[in-house]
Design a protein around this ligand. Structure first.
Ligand code: GLN
Length: 498
C-alpha cells in the first residue's frame, strides 16, 4: 500500500482515482491512527467506526463501477461536535446534550456526505464553542500535538489537533470569533472563516448568531478551496445565507498586482516578539514575491474585544436559553419543586462555568436599563469596526497580520483568568464583527522552553472574496515549507527539510 502519511484531499483523491488504495483502506488507516494516538491528544469525542467503514465500502463500490461522485468521494473527514450529525451523537462538548442523537444532518454535513466524504467521528471543542483553548470541553482535555503540555487553541481545538496529528484529511470547525483561525495557527494547519452568509449554518448549534460561521480546516489552502466549493451557497434552511457567486481559486496568481495592507494597530503591545518576527518575515516574503506592502490603519481596533464580547454574550444568553431542562437535553426535573427550580437546577448541574458566565453577563446587559449602555453601544461600535474594514479593503487587496498574539500556551495557564483569554482574541474577532472572510495559514515556528511551536499568518479579505485570500495563501504555501512540517511522536515525516 502507498505511504498514506500527511495526505491532502488532492493527493488522497488521486490515489483513490488510480485505485492505488481503496476508501476502506484509507478509512482504516485513520481509524487505526485514532486508536493508536488519540488517547494522548483527545481530539475526538466520538468515533463512528462501523458507520465510516460502511460508507467507505459504498464509496468503493461507486469507484469500482466508474461512478465516483467527485474529488471528496471516499475521503476521510471529521466534524466539530457543535455541528449536528444525524444519528451520530452530538453534544457540543456539553454535558447538557450528552446522549443526543440528532434526527437530521446539518446542511454542510449533508453536502459533504452527498459528495461521498466519509465521516470518522466528532471532534472535541470548547463547550458550545465558547472558549479559546478547548479547556472548556465538558468531556476531556485536548492537547496540542506539537507539545502535549500545551493547548491546541479553541474553540475548534479538536479540528486543528486532529489534523496536526494526521487523524483525518480535513474537517469542519466553527467560528464566532476566531475559533477556526486561532487553533489552526497554534497547530500548523490551514483554516478558513468564510464570509458571513457564504456557508449555511443550519444544524450548527448556535453561539452568537450574528457572528457564527462554519468553515473548513485542512492541510492546504487548495484543500480549503475544494471543500468551500462543496459547502458554499444559499440554503433555504438558513435565511442568513446569500446567493453570491463563488469564484474559483486562482492557482497562478501574479502577486505583482497585489497590494497587501498591514494594520499598524495589530503590531502593538501584547504581541510576542518572536511571533511578530515570523509574521514580518512572512510579509517580507510576499514582498519578495512581488506584492506591494502598505501600512494601513484600523482605528477602532481598541474597541473590538469589548464590542465582540458584549455582542457574543448577549447572543449566547439568548441561544443558551433553550437548554431549560424541558425542551432539550438533560434535565434535573426530579430534584425540582417548581418550574423555576427546573431551570436553575438543570442549568446549574449541566452547563459549564464559561457558559454560565456568558448567560449571566449576556442577560444582564440585555436587561432594562442596561441595554442602551451596553448592547446598543456595542452595536454602534460594531458598525464603526465594519467601516474600518470596508474602507481599508477599498485600498488594498487583503490585510495581513498575526492570528494570535502568542503561540500555544500551557494547559491550565489561563484557565482561571477568563479576561486574559478574551484579550488574546484581539486579532481574530474583528473579522467576525465585520462579516468578512479570513484565514490562517502556517507561516513558521518560534521556540519556547526549547520546544518548536507553530505560528499562523492571517489573511483577511472583502466579504465574499474567499477565492482571493485562498489564492494569496496558496502562492505562499507553494514557496514555503511550513505546511509540510509535522510534529514528532506521531509517526509522521516532514515532507520538506528546513
Ligand atoms: N474565544 C471566543 C469566545 O469564546 C471565540 C470562540 C469562537 O469563535 N467560537 O467567544
Amino acid at each position: 500500500m502507498s505511504n498514506l502519511s500527511n495526505l491532502t484531499i488532492k493527493k488522497a483523491s488521486e490515489l483513490l482515482e488510480k485505485k492505488e488504495i481503496s476508501s476502506v483502506e484509507l478509512t482504516k488507516y485513520y481509524l487505526d491512527r485514532i486508536k493508536k494516538f488519540d488517547d494522548q491528544i483527545g481530539s475526538y469525542l466520538f468515533v463512528c467506526e462501523e458507520y465510516a467503514l460502511k460508507k467507505a465500502a459504498e464509496a468503493d463500490a461507486r469507484i469500482a463501477s466508474g461512478k465516483r461522485l467527485g474529488i471528496l468521494d471516499g475521503i476521510s473527514c471529521a466534524v466539530k461536535d457543535v455541528i449536528i450529525t444525524k444519528d451520530i451523537e452530538t453534544t457540543a462538548a456539553s454535558k447538557i446534550l450528552e446522549g443526543f442523537n440528532p434526527p437530521f444532518n446539518a446542511t454542510v454535513v449533508k453536502k459533504i456526505e452527498d459528495a461521498g466524504a466519509i465521516i470518522l467521528g466528532k471532534l472535541n471543542c470548547d463547550e458550545f464553542a465558547m472558549g479559546s483553548s478547548t479547556e472548556n470541553s465538558a468531556y476531556k482535555v485536548c492537547r496540542n500535538p506539537w507539545d502535549v503540555t500545551r493547548v491546541p487553541g479553541g474553540s475548534s481545538g479538536g479540528s486543528a489537533a486532529s489534523l496536526a496529528a494526521d487523524l483525518c484529511i480535513f474537517n469542519f470547525g466553527t467560528e464566532t470569533g476566531g475559533s477556526i483561525r486561532q487553533p489552526a495557527s497554534l497547530c500548523n494547519v490551514t483554516g478558513l472563516k468564510p464570509s458571513y452568509g457564504r456557508v449555511s449554518r443550519f444544524g450548527s448549534i448556535a453561539y452568537g448568531s450574528s457572528l457564527d460561521q462554519i468553515g473548513p480546516v485542512g492541510k492546504s489552502a487548495e484543500d480549503l478551496a475544494i471543500i468551500l466549493e462543496v459547502i458554499a451557497g444559499k440554503d433555504s434552511l438558513d435565511s442568513t445565507t446569500v446567493n453570491q457567486e463563488l469564484r474559483i481559486m486562482n492557482k497562478e496568481l501574479d502577486l505583482e498586482n497585489i497590494k497587501i495592507g498591514v494594520p499598524k494597530e495589530y503590531f502593538g503591545e501584547g504581541l510576542d516578539s518572536d511571533v511578530e518576527k515570523v509574521i514580518r518575515e512572512a510579509i517580507d516574503k510576499y514582498k519578495e514575491m512581488g506584492a506591494e506592502i502598505v501600512e494601513i490603519s484600523l482605528p477602532h481596533t481598541d474597541y473590538a474585544t469589548s464590542t465582540y464580547y458584549l455582542l457574543a454574550m448577549a447572543e449566547a444568553s439568548s441561544n443558551l436559553a433553550r437548554y431549560d431542562g424541558i425542551k432539550y437535553g438533560k434535565s434535573s426535573m426530579e430534584k425540582a419543586k417548581n418550574l423555576i427550580e427546573v431551570y436553575f437546577k438543570t442549568r446549574g448541574d449541566y452547563l459549564g462555568d464559561e457558559q454560565k458566565r456568558k448567560s449571566i453577563l449576556g442577560t444582564f446587559e440585555l436587561s432594562a436599563g442596561y441595554y442602551d449602555a451596553y448592547y446598543r453601544k456595542a452595536m454602534k461600535a460594531r458598525t464603526l469596526i465594519k467601516k474600518d474594514f470596508d474602507e481599508a479593503l477599498e485600498k488594498v487587496d487583503c490585510i495581513m497580520c498575526p492570528v494570535s498574539p502568542f503561540p500555544a500556551f500551557k494547559i491550565g495557564e489561563k484557565k482561571d483568568d477568563p479576561l486574559s483569554m478574551y484579550l488574546a482574541d484581539i486579532y481574530t474577532i474583528s473579522a467576525n464583527l465585520a462579516g468578512i472572510c479570513a484565514l490562517s495559514l502556517p507561516a513558521g515556528f518560534v521556540e519556547k522552553d526549547g520546544v518548536k511551536l507553530p505560528v499562523g499568518l492571517q489573511i483577511m479579505g472583502q466579504r465574499f472574496c474567499e477565492d482571493h485570500i485562498l489564492s494569496i495563501a496558496d502562492a505562499y504555501e507553494k514557496e514555503m515549507p511550513w505546511k509540510d512540517m509535522w510534529p514528532s511522536g506521531w509517526d509522521l515525516q516532514d515532507l520538506c527539510e528546513l
